[in-house]
Ligand binder design. Structure first.
Ligand SMILES: *Cc1c(COP(=O)(O)O)cnc(C)c1O
Length: 383
């Protein structure tokens, strides 16, 4: 079987550097919030074009932290796509807020700015919930339409979160999502474009006060600068807010420093792989991905569409080619989320896409030879 994502090839490339980085952590023993954590945050902020980065335990907590820091909760509406990974809507009810599902654009699978505008207006007109924030997703690695989404958010007076778990490193007109969003979040789950060897996540922001409040929240609401000092006690045991335990392990930070060093090159390699797929698959009876004008995708996934998606997947499997379906059931149709509100007009695009999408093997180390085999196998299928 061809690997769907080849993490071993990446590891082989940097194994000595990883071994040395891990050995340094074992030698100094600062397993929690050791020096690599702050060093990685500095490098990550620079890579993402933001003033600050705050690491945390996973990409889900990275979404929850800004919502909590903004004190979004009961009575608030947070708008998000339904055609996404569960983590995107999941954090909203954690805070007591209500997710409102909004449809996507058919070409890019990302949030539809007009549908978003209409949904916010409808919620405000109804009057039961206060529109508070939007979580846009850089699905499959490509930037959402941030200029238009940010215009809607500013005009409607709501915060904008960029869920860049799949898209960290993507750009639009040469600029990273933080140029438009209040915060950018990402995940270091191993299969993401920038992954570690376990769980990890981060929030990027240009807002120092927000960073400080999230720093408090990730360590049980510890007292931070600006919180009332209580008689010179150890700030670690002074709790200024109800927080959580969401730290990035020092070992993972050390590993991520080595992976970040080759990340820009890997994004370039992903462009070449995507271009070979696009050239080879043009004309086969399916659609290849469209990227927003001016956008650079990190190609977390290479997703084609076929009307006999399941037939194509079975055919490829029989040829030793793995595929995956992201996502088979949009979130608004899943049990725990089915009762939450939806934007006016519902989510017809999300529902249609769920039936046709199929992700092909995608990683920076995919060789032309293996890609030719995949392209030939897809082209040979006439479902
Ligand atoms: C993976 C992912 C997350 C969550 O990341 P974890 O690190 O697994 O918690 C959030 N949003 C999207 C779009 C993702 O793909």
């Amino acid at each position: 079987m061809i690997p769907f994502i080849d993490l071993a090839a990446q590891q082989a490339r940097i194994r000595p550097a990883l071994d040395a980085a891990i050995a340094r952590v074992l030698a100094h023993g600062g397993y929690v919030m050791g020096p690599e954590v702050a060093a990685f945050e500095t490098q990550l902020a620079a890579a993402g074009g933001a003033r600050r980065a705050l690491s945390c335990a996973n990409g889900t907590d990275a979404l929850a932290l800004p919502l909590l820091a903004w004190e979004i909760g009961a009575g608030d509406a947070v708008f998000c796509p339904s055609f996404t990974f569960a983590a995107t809507p999941e954090v909203i009810p954690w805070t007591g807020a209500t997710p409102v599902f909004v449809d996507i654009l058919p070409g890019t699978y990302n949030l539809d700015p007009e549908a978003l505008d209409a949904a916010i207006t409808a919620v405000r007109a109804e009057g039961a919930l206060r529109p508070a924030a939007v979580i846009a997703v850089d699905l499959f690695g490509q930037p959402a339409d941030y200029p238009r989404l940010a215009e809607v958010c500013r005009r409607q007076g709501v915060k904008l979160i960029a869920d860049s778990a799949q898209g960290f490193g993507c750009t639009l007109d040469g600029r990273p999502p933080i140029r438009w969003a209040d915060v950018v979040t990402t995940s270091f789950f191993p299969a993401k474009p920038l992954g570690c060897y376990g769980d990890g996540g981060a929030v990027l922001t240009d807002d120092d006060d927000l960073w400080t409040r999230m720093d408090s929240l990730r360590v049980h609401g510890k007292a931070v600068a600006g919180d009332p000092a209580a008689g010179g006690h150890e700030p670690k045991y002074l709790n200024a807010r109800v927080g959580m335990n969401s730290r990035l392990d020092t070992l993972q930070a050390a590993i991520l420093i080595e992976k970040l060093a080759i990340f820009a090159d890997e994004i370039d390699c992903r462009q070449a792989v995507a271009a070979r797929y696009a050239a080879g698959l043009a004309g086969a009876c399916l659609s290849v991905p469209a990227v927003i004008a001016g956008g650079v995708s990190t190609w977390a996934q290479y997703v084609i569409e076929h009307r006999d998606r399941d037939g194509l997947a079975a055919h490829l499997k029989s040829q030793g080619i793995p595929t995956a379906v992201y996502y088979p059931v949009p979130m608004h149709l899943q049990g725990p989320y089915a009762a939450f509100p939806r934007g006016p007009g519902g989510l017809p695009v999300s529902e249609a896409k769920a039936a046709t999408v199929l992700a092909l093997p995608m990683h920076p180390y995919l060789t032309a030879e293996i890609q030719d085999r995949i392209i030939a196998a897809v082209s040979a299928f006439n479902g």
